[in-house]
Design a protein around this ligand. Structure first.
Ligand SMILES: CC(C)(COP(=O)(O)OP(=O)(O)OC[C@H]1O[C@@H](n2cnc3c(N)ncnc32)[C@H](O)[C@@H]1OP(=O)(O)O)[C@@H](O)C(=O)NCCC(=O)NCCS
Length: 158
């Protein structure tokens, strides 16, 4: 059974690995391989561990962490929606978004926003998100990637 829970610092390595493997598996048709490597390769540092511990949620399937997500309550910004390649296409990304939406509703947010990688736009649309203009996403390492800013209204109970 799939559960979604708040992450802790022991999840930091899994979260890093899921981000790296999912991006290489699913984004390669839309971005140069070197850009993806510059974005997600390497090893997690202390800052990553601290962000995971403070803000991440993880999807857990039979004891294994298989997906991640994060919501910044101050802004409604959703980040880090990544699913382990072996578990893509099983509804885990949708469940993570539903869970973050429930959290947003609990905290009285009216809307959520995110910057979608080009490969993930149809997934977000399928999950009720809107937006179609291409913009630029700047990663923590200063890399610029094409993205589509998207929004979703927070409907309580919806
Ligand atoms: C994008 C991603 C998070 C989707 O997660 P997932 O668990 O595989 O998606 P789900 O199984 O929950 O899909 C939910 C719905 O979206 C649809 N969907 C998923 N990916 C899709 C795609 N690329 N194109 C069209 N529809 C898609 C599914 O068919 C499903 O539809 P249904 O509920 O009507 O059957 C996952 O593929 C991933 O980690 N990608 C790489 C990292 C990435 O790009 N993350 C986004 C960063 S902004």
């Amino acid at each position: 059974m799939l559960t979604i829970r708040k992450a802790n610092r022991d999840d930091a390595f899994d979260a890093w690995d899921i981000r790296k493997t999912s991006v290489h598996a699913a984004c390669a048709e839309h971005y140069p391989r070197a850009a993806l490597s510059a974005w997600v390769d390497g090893s997690p540092g202390d800052k990553w561990v601290s962000v995971v511990e403070r803000y991440f949620y993880v999807a857990v399937d039979r004891g294994s962490v298989v997906g991640t997500g994060m919501l910044t309550l101050a802004s409604g910004q959703v980040d880090a929606i990544f699913v382990r390649p072996s578990h893509m296409g099983r509804g885990i990304g949708r469940k993570m978004l539903d869970s973050l939406q429930a959290l947003a509703a609990e905290h009285g947010l009216d809307a959520m926003r995110l910057d979608a990688t080009l490969n993930a736009v149809p997934f977000y649309r399928n999950c009720g998100w809107s937006g179609d203009s291409v913009s630029t996403y700047r990663t923590a390492r200063g890399l610029e990637l094409a993205c589509v800013p998207m929004t979703k209204l927070v409907i309580v109970g919806g």
